[in-house]
Design a protein. Structure first.
Length: 312
């Protein structure tokens, strides 16, 4: 038996930081930021656990479940509230979940890693999983560094996975990492994000392109078969470059970075949740998820949307 996504939800801090807010104190402008990234504003505030809890509750509501129905929680994050314990412990407790919970750090590719992991554990015997991407990147970003401050924001989004569907949720996936690229994008304990922007851009396009080509081939589908593409929301120029080379239209691409900035492991589920709320995916549609990030990690998956044959 397969599995299905039955719920989704998001949580964004109330505080909005616009490009003009940065321009008022840094050597930058709204025009410069938009032209190079596609970002106009981002949200800042809250803790990783608070945002994860709110997003989890929203996803459970859509699924018509409560925390006690969940027997697995996977939290993708690069910004845990504490070194010890895992932030998922606090989220698990607040939502009243059963079973186990753990954090997963694969940077901006983390949500796809978490989705694939949770789906595999459903096949191993779990019944319902809550998968959350939650980040508070503002606390590890130097707000006086114009090259990074304008890029990152805070937020969370979640999905509910349920076992028992007639069809498989994940048709194919591709996970990878190039540890030699670690010095290009990192944050030391107690420090801020350091990024070699141009080289990250170049490698990100190449890594995501290869990952997408791999996963489409493994799933036995063509770009035209994809109803919705949900990429990591880092830079609209990266997304446009990948789309052009793969043959995916921007009209079939979910975008939220204009309003959220780069939210790392939260970016793909935020875009997916918004698309689902807008009715952009229907029963049986094929959805392509793809992300890349520090490490350098990458992950892509082709999933089939809908609750096909799911008993409730």
């Amino acid at each position: 038996m397969g599995s299905a996504i039955t719920g989704w939800g998001e949580a964004l801090p109330d505080h909005v930081v616009t490009n003009d807010d940065f321009a008022a104190r840094l050597d930058t402008s709204d025009e410069w930021i938009v032209a190079r990234t596609g970002i106009r504003q981002r949200r800042m505030g809250g803790t990783t656990s608070e945002l994860a809890i709110d997003a989890g509750r929203a996803a459970l509501k859509v699924a018509d479940l409560d925390g006690a129905d969940i027997d697995l929680l996977v939290l993708a994050t690069t910004t845990p509230d504490q070194t010890i314990p895992a932030t998922s412990s606090a989220v698990h407790d607040a939502l009243g979940c059963r079973g186990g919970a753990f954090d997963l750090n694969a940077a901006c590719a983390g949500f796809v890693y978490a989705l694939v992991t949770a789906d595999s554990l459903l096949h191993a015997g779990h019944h319902r999983a809550l998968v959350i991407g939650s980040e508070t990147l503002s606390k590890v970003t130097d707000q006086d560094d114009r090259s990074t401050a304008v890029l990152f924001g805070d937020g969370a989004a979640a999905i509910v996975l349920e076992a028992g569907a007639r069809d498989e949720l994940v048709l194919a996936y591709d996970l990878g990492v190039d540890g030699a690229a670690t010095p290009l994008l990192y944050a030391d304990h107690g420090g801020y994000i350091h990024m070699e922007g141009r080289e990250v851009f170049r490698r990100a396009v190449r890594a995501e392109l290869e990952s997408i080509e791999n996963v489409l081939s493994r799933a036995g589908v063509r770009p035209d078969d994809i109803a919705l593409f949900v990429p990591h929301q880092a830079n609209v120029r990266i997304i446009e470059a990948v789309n052009q080379r793969v043959g995916l239209s921007m009209e079939r691409t979910a975008l939220v970075l204009e309003r959220t900035g780069n939210t790392s492991a939260a970016s793909i589920p935020l875009a997916l949740a918004e698309a689902a709320d807008a009715g952009r995916v229907a029963e049986g549609d094929l959805v392509l998820l793809s992300g890349f990030g520090a490490g350098m990690t990458w992950a892509s998956a082709v999933i089939r949307w809908g609750r096909r044959g799911l008993p409730r």
